[in-house]
Write a protein that binds this ligand. Structure first.
Ligand code: ATR
Length: 275
């Protein structure tokens, strides 16, 4: 019998760690599955998805630049995907309807709380950036009931739009938008969700946002310390994390959705860190 088929779709895709992560999950849990990487043409993501499921595929992860398209293509979306405006996980339900989920926010929160032991309840969080990556994680972050989430972005109007979108689910959490120049006091947690480091840039935020107890989290991941985390360490941050744990945790949540089993993530994080 053939193994159940899964894949990650993106463009480009050759750099993706998802096939490695999911095959480590499969051997750890004894699940019989095959997980490949598919490069979809930029103008035919839909055809790629339809073809995959027509061939009997069981589930897809979706990455750059197709997450918003995946969201639009789905017949229905989970609540967290609905709010995220983007999907990283697709599967067919029992009626064959294309279902979209988004596990990125859950991945971030699990990495912070379970792997790094950081409770977010009652904390003051500064989020840098207001693009798709930030929108994808705000719902689960707010679900942890922080005292405040301040979204700072180069284009302030985009931060304001996110505040308007998420205010209905913010509960008692104070939600504010501003430019990078405004925050000037230490936060409990500073999350870099900008793509600035892809251009070797730093979001121009004051180093005063980092105090003795500030935790710094860069949603980016690279083999070397990220530019943002280097900057934070230089300004006194002692607990500084990159997005590798988030990457593995979002994959584990997709695996759980598809297979009904949650793999252990720490051995996989350790293995990837040593690659
Ligand atoms: P992603 O899916 O990675 O979030 P995106 O939706 O294009 O990609 O959003 C990129 C984010 O990084 C935005 O917040 C962007 O700021 P703007 O909204 O002002 O464009 C931010 N960003 C990208 N390059 C940046 C830079 N060099 N300095 C500061 N912020 C930057």
């Amino acid at each position: 019998m053939n193994n159940d088929l899964y894949a990650v779709v993106g463009n480009p895709i050759s750099h993706s760690k998802s096939p490695r992560i999911h095959s480590l999950f499969a051997s750890q849990t004894g699940e019989q599955l095959e997980y490949t990487a598919i490069q979809a043409p930029l103008d035919d993501f839909e055809g790629t998805v339809r073809d995959f499921f027509r061939r009997g595929g069981m589930g897809l992860n979706v990455t750059v630049p197709f997450k918003e398209l995946a969201w639009r293509l789905a017949d229905w979306r989970t609540e967290r995907a609905e709010l995220a405006g983007a999907a990283n996980t697709l599967y067919q339900d029992s009626k064959g309807l294309l279902t979209a989920d988004n596990t990125d926010g859950k991945g971030l929160v699990t990495d912070l709380t379970a792997n790094h032991g950081i409770s977010l309840k009652g904390k003051r969080i500064l989020v840098l950036g207001a693009g798709g990556a930030v929108r994808g994680v705000l719902g689960p972050l707010l679900g942890e009931h922080p005292a405040a989430v301040v979204i700072a972005n180069r284009t302030v109007a985009k931060a304001e739009a996110l505040v308007a979108l998420f205010r209905p689910v913010a509960g008692k959490t104070g939600l504010e938008a501003c430019g990078f120049g405004q925050p000037a006091e230490p936060f409990d947690l500073v999350i870099n969700g900008t793509s600035a480091s892809l251009q070797g840039d730093l979001p121009p935020v004051s180093a005063n946002v980092i105090g003795a107890g500030t935790v710094v989290y860069d949603m980016m991941y690279s083999l070397q310390t990220t530019t943002f985390n280097q900057w934070a360490s230089n300004h006194g941050a002692t607990r500084v994390f990159d997005g590798l744990g988030m990457l593995v945790e979002q994959a584990a949540e997709s695996f759980r959705i598809w297979r009904g089993i949650r793999p252990q993530t720490q051995p996989v994080i350790d293995e990837l860190r040593n690659d």
